[in-house]
Design a protein around this ligand. Structure first.
Ligand code: CTP
Length: 403
């Protein structure tokens, strides 16, 4: 996910379908993405879920009727409709879709929909035969003709016990659909080939032990996703990590050691546009990796280590004029001085400095606080943000280099 739903005002319409329970998870996900959510339910949706569930999760009143409970105040559907940046009807039943098409205004949801000027997204939910019925298909076509977006139904087991098409898209898929809609189409990164190293490397001591570090790979994966969403073709060379990403523009290559990571980078180094070195590569590896488990013998033990190849420095020394190299520096002291030294030595175009002394920044956290240093040693400092938002800041700095 890319952070493009942050601060978006989303009006969620929930209709009477068993899929209404998924709208609860959807609300949670949207709020987690930083969106402001207001929920309107049709009266029949309240047979499935209580408005209290939505008002608690969205931290806004969940509305069902034109008048407030006290009966002497109006829920202004025009105001609500104009407030929204997006109207999302999920689940949308056959009945509500038909009312949309015919302007059949018999509840607050339809009244608000008819007053909305914002983009409208509809996530249908129904049984297979209802979905395929020509009357419903013709209504769905009309909805598209109105310029609305339909979030495709999924195939699977239906509440009726039948198996087929008609299930509402999963909440994650709906959020993904909205994210894609709001992603600015950057022409700068479109089609650019990007190679990213990420995660730790493990250097084997024997079959059961290794030298490694606490890197999770989160920053590298967030960067890969932010770039892929802007149309870049990304090769993510990922050290041992539990993280998964399944964006169609990202090819994940799993590696274990620094040597393996280096060989994978070498395969692409001559035809890449942007190289990002986000991996926490082990600086040393054992001179010998034992074939059998080392037995406990003496009180003291020494493992002889030798230096690993510096992947970023090797790329930097052969870098072509039209290639961009982005490095990371993780320091605990003399941060800016050490980061500038790395920028110069490894021929980076920019270096992203993380400080381990900041609470919430660095390894394993979902947040990060960075400074970006450019070739002229200009330093830009950023606030503590989620790694997804930090990725967007880094991508913008890369776009500035491409301009
Ligand atoms: N790097 C790399 N290959 C290595 C070591 C580091 O590609 N063998 C890259 C990292 O991915 C990062 C940058 O170089 O982008 C700086 O890494 P860091 O570990 O901070 O620096 P080192 O050069 O290893 O220096 P030190 O550990 O002494 O701070």
């Amino acid at each position: 996910m890319s952070g493009f739903l942050k601060n978006k005002k989303i009006l969620l319409g929930v209709c009477g379908s068993i899929a209404a329970y998924k709208a609860v998870f959807l609300t949670r996900l949207l709020v987690k993405e930083g969106a402001e959510v207001k929920v309107i339910m049709t009266p029949s949706a309240t047979d499935f879920i209580q408005p209290l569930t939505f008002s608690t999760l969205s931290k806004n009143d969940c509305l069902v009727t034109y008048t407030k409970a006290e009966g002497n105040q109006w829920n202004n559907h025009v105001e609500l409709a104009l407030w929204a940046d997006v109207m999302l009807i999920a689940p949308a039943t056959v009945g509500t879709i038909s009312k949309i098409v015919n302007a059949h205004c018999d509840n607050l949801l339809i009244g608000t929909y008819l007053s909305a000027r914002c983009p409208v997204f509809i996530a249908p939910a129904m049984d297979e035969d209802m979905y395929h019925h020509p009357a419903n298909q013709s209504n769905l076509q009309k909805v598209l003709d109105f310029g609305h977006q339909i979030i495709p139904v999924e195939e699977g087991e239906l509440a009726s016990g039948l198996f087929g098409k008609g299930r509402m898209a999963e909440p994650e898929a709906i959020v993904d659909f909205l994210q894609k809609y709001f992603t600015p189409q950057s022409t700068l990164l479109n089609g650019k080939k990007v190679v990213i190293t990420a995660g730790p490397t493990y250097e084997h001591i024997d079959p059961v032990r290794f030298i490694g570090n606490h890197s999770s790979g989160k920053m590298g994966v967030a960067l890969a996703e932010a770039l892929a969403e802007r149309g870049a073709d990304v090769v993510l060379i990922l050290g041992p990590s539990n993280l998964k990403t399944n964006h169609s523009n990202i090819q994940v290559v799993s590696v274990v050691s620094a040597d393996e990571m280096y060989s994978e980078v070498q395969k692409h180094e001559y035809n890449l546009d942007i190289a990002i070195f986000a991996a926490a590569v082990a600086d040393y590896r054992p001179v010998h990796s034992e074939d059998h488990k080392i037995k406990k013998l003496d009180d003291n033990m020494t493992i002889q280590l030798k230096k690993n190849v510096d992947i970023a420095a090797s790329f930097g020394s052969n870098k072509k004029a039209n290639q961009i190299s982005v490095g990371f520096a993780l320091e605990t002291r003399n941060e800016e001085e050490y980061a500038k030294e790395k920028l110069r030595k490894k021929n980076f175009d920019i270096v992203v400095l993380n400080s381990l002394s900041e609470e919430g920044a660095g390894f394993k956290h979902d947040t990060n606080k960075i400074k970006i240093i450019d070739k002229n040693f200009q330093i830009t400092s950023y606030a503590m943000k989620s790694k997804k938002e930090v990725a967007v800041d880094i991508v913008q700095a890369i776009e500035n280099l491409l301009k």
